[in-house]
Design a protein around this ligand. Structure first.
Ligand SMILES: [Zn+2]
Length: 261
């Protein structure tokens, strides 16, 4: 262990499927759209899981709750398509009231066992405050808790939800976890080449922005790291964790091929 932790580039060797678990439509696009774009380009199948239906995300009295839910699903699908994301799952919890219930843990666990991702991206469950001007939305924290509690101890333990085997969904262990919004980031993805697509994906959430031009300007400044030569670079950073360093990588692999055969 070195004293000083350095940011490292991503290692997606052996990663074929990725799940991004977030609270609201548009959260994946802010947190990790650039990373999703690169993964898709590498042939990795990315699935977004949106835990809430986003039904609080507009103040227009002329739009009904159900209209807003459908609108936001459409927006998220359009954004995902821009990024090459394979699928979007909507878990339909109520916006603003996301809780890590046992019922939700089971539903999320079922999706992990069905999709069998090697890598999951989720928000930081410990993040209450962001900078000096933003209290983190509780749904963002709780989305992190929901993801972590489904990954461990549930998804890879056959004693949890043994009935899922009858549905064909067997225990599954992921090999990597990326936690976004973490002060102790260890993985850095340079998304500069895809920043235009990332911005388009964010702006695809039309119901969220009254002044898209201003948002775009804010994004370019907010997300840009000015280089010594004056140029801008854009990064997405995560706290990365690995669970494949104890020699069980092959076991997982044979388990997979067994189930596919
Ligand atoms: Zn959000």
């Amino acid at each position: 262990m070195t004293e000083e932790k350095k940011l490292q580039g991503p290692d997606w060797k052996g990663v074929q499927r990725v799940m991004v678990m977030m609270a609201h439509p548009d959260d994946p696009d802010f947190s990790c759209a650039g990373t999703a774009i690169q993964m898709a380009r590498h042939g990795i199948e990315v699935t977004y899981m949106i835990l809430t239906n986003g039904d609080k995300g507009n103040h227009n009295p002329l739009i009904t709750r159900n209209q807003l839910i459908l609108m936001r699903q459409e927006e998220q699908r359009a954004a995902a398509e821009l990024c090459g994301v394979k699928d979007v799952l909507f878990m339909d919890e109520e916006d603003g009231f996301l809780r890590p219930t046992f019922e939700l843990r089971k539903r999320v666990c079922r999706e992990i066992r069905r999709i069998r991702p090697q890598l999951i991206i989720c928000p930081n469950p410990e993040r209450y405050l962001v900078g000096e001007g933003y209290i983190n939305h509780p749904d963002h924290r709780n989305a992190g808790v929901v993801a972590l509690e489904a990954i461990f101890p549930a998804a890879d333990n056959p004693m949890f939800y043994p009935d899922m085997a009858n549905e064909g969904y067997h225990p599954h262990k992921i090999s990597q976890l990326y936690v976004s919004g973490h002060d102790d980031a260890t993985v850095e993805v340079d998304v500069s080449a895809d920043i235009e697509t990332k911005i388009s994906a964010i702006l695809a959430h039309k119901s969220q922005f009254e002044k898209p031009k201003e948002v775009e300007k804010w994004l370019r400044e907010r997300w840009g790291d000015k280089q010594p030569d004056g140029s801008m670079r854009y990064y997405e950073r995560f706290k990365g964790m690995r669970f494949d360093r104890w020699g069980d990588e092959e076991g997982e692999e044979s388990e997979e091929s067994e189930q596919k055969g």
